[in-house]
Design a protein around this ligand. Structure first.
Ligand code: PAF
Length: 283
């Protein structure tokens, strides 16, 4: 496995290959990321994982400075799952000058849910993903594949739409959420949780599953279900940003005719102490 820090070196390393499969990450890798890399290995003739903590997608009060940077441990894990190339650029390499050209996703998709609570987040994500795609795919001669986790459900949808609207020759794959045995979705930010918070954290997915079960049982008053879910978590000490049922296709609130199995997703974001967790449950 090669660990590469510059765009020029990455392009040289990729020159012999036709079909790169790419997993963009911010590092501090867990089994969820590794499942994406395993998936990527089945798709292309060379597997590339990027590790870059992207300042553009953090708000000033967020955890950019403290986000765990664990390159050596990440490389050990990537070697074990058979990744071929790790691309870990410095900030000066990826953003040698202020990144004033940006990819601005449409408000109808990017200003709701995560985008509402983290303004500018998806602009930061799209901008770095577009740039990383240029680094990894620009010279590929065959199919290009990229794998994103479904835990960041809205991010996956924004990236799919960006790829479609810019006609980027990249196939986007969504990897299923990996969960701990108690149901907690794996996330780099789980490492911030105290032992007591870690024991409480699976309540988020429980709240989402309860929302889904309510709809499937025929309760169509979504506002009442969502309010109850929010009150339940708040009473347990969470600060809830949102707990909501949406249409999978566009993340808009479902109309009565959409309330059918297979078309919906419950999404949530909430804080436990200083840690903000997100999760979702398709149903
Ligand atoms: O999901 C992430 O880890 C990041 O948002 C991504 C896609 C690597 C862009 O920085």
């Amino acid at each position: 496995m090669q660990v590469i820090h510059t765009i020029a070196e990455l392009r040289r390393a990729l020159a012999p290959y036709d079909r790169p499969a790419f997993v963009p990450t911010m590092g501090n890798l867990h089994d969820g990321h590794l499942a994406l890399v395993r998936r990527a290995r089945t798709l292309g003739d060379v597997t590339v994982t990027s590790i870059f903590v992207n300042r553009l997608q953090f708000l000033p009060h967020e955890d950019f400075d403290t986000y765990p940077r664990t390159l050596d441990a990440d490389c050990d894990k990537l070697r074990e799952v058979g990744c071929d190339i790790v691309f870990a650029p410095s900030e000066a390499e990826l953003y040698p000058e202020p990144q004033t050209f940006k990819v601005q996703p449409p408000p109808a998709l990017a200003d709701l849910l995560e985008g509402h609570f983290r303004p500018g987040f998806f602009t930061g994500v799209c901008t770095v993903v577009m740039k990383l795609f240029q680094c990894v795919f620009a010279q590929a001669k065959g199919e290009r594949h990229a794998v994103f986790g479904k835990k960041d459900y809205q991010q996956l949808m924004v990236i799919r739409q960006m790829v479609r609207q810019f006609a980027l020759p990249v196939t986007i794959h969504g990897g299923e959420i990996e969960r701990a045995p108690d149901g907690l979705a794996l996330s780099s930010r789980n490492g911030y949780l105290t032992p007591a918070e870690r024991a409480e954290a699976p309540q988020l997915v429980l709240a989402l599953r309860t929302l889904a079960a309510g709809v499937l049982a025929g309760e169509h008053n979504l506002a009442a279900l969502e309010q109850h879910a929010q009150q339940t978590l708040t009473a347990r000490g969470w600060q809830v940003d949102y707990l909501t049922v949406r249409r999978r296709e566009d993340l808009q609130p479902p109309a009565p005719e959409d309330l059918q199995p297979g078309r919906l997703v419950a999404l949530g974001a909430a804080r436990l102490g200083r840690t903000r967790l997100i999760d979702n449950w398709e149903f």
